[in-house]
Design a protein around this ligand. Structure first.
Ligand SMILES: [Cu+2]
Length: 132
């Protein structure tokens, strides 16, 4: 009888410990979600056309917070290759079809431009990142 009681006690403890393990798993995935929340995802589309003024980044202005990690994905609307470059922010350079991640450390307004010769309106393709 004592043997059966000990067996039942061990069995109950094992069942409880399994339950604890199962409960701790969702917390792990929550932590992963939380780290992804701190990255601001920004999608910018580069557009061209027959006239110089058709060459634009959309949106042409984006506001982010100081110290916030930013992930910029640059897309091309028409297969023309572009590259968005913010020379005053370290690492802030991305070609169309790619993404770049960086963290602006100082508030201010940062001008960007296209650094890939893309056509008649290339020189006027401008972008502004506002860091608050
Ligand atoms: Cu260009």
């Amino acid at each position: 009888m004592l043997f059966i009681s000990i067996f039942l006690a061990i069995f109950t403890l094992m069942a409880c410990s399994n339950e604890t393990t199962a409960k701790s798993e969702p917390q792990t995935s929550k932590q992963i979600d939380k780290s992804e929340e701190t990255i601001k995802e920004i999608e910018i589309v580069a557009k061209t056309g027959p006239n110089p003024e058709d060459f634009v980044f959309e949106p042409a202005e984006v506001t982010v917070k100081e110290g916030e990690t930013v992930n910029i994905t640059l897309k091309s609307a028409d297969q023309v290759k572009h590259e968005l470059w913010l020379p005053k922010i370290k690492g802030a350079r991305v070609a169309s079809g790619e993404s770049v991640q960086f963290t602006p450390e100082q508030a201010g307004e940062y001008l960007g431009s296209c650094s890939e010769l893309c056509g008649v309106g290339h020189a006027i393709m401008s972008f502004k990142l506002i860091v608050q």
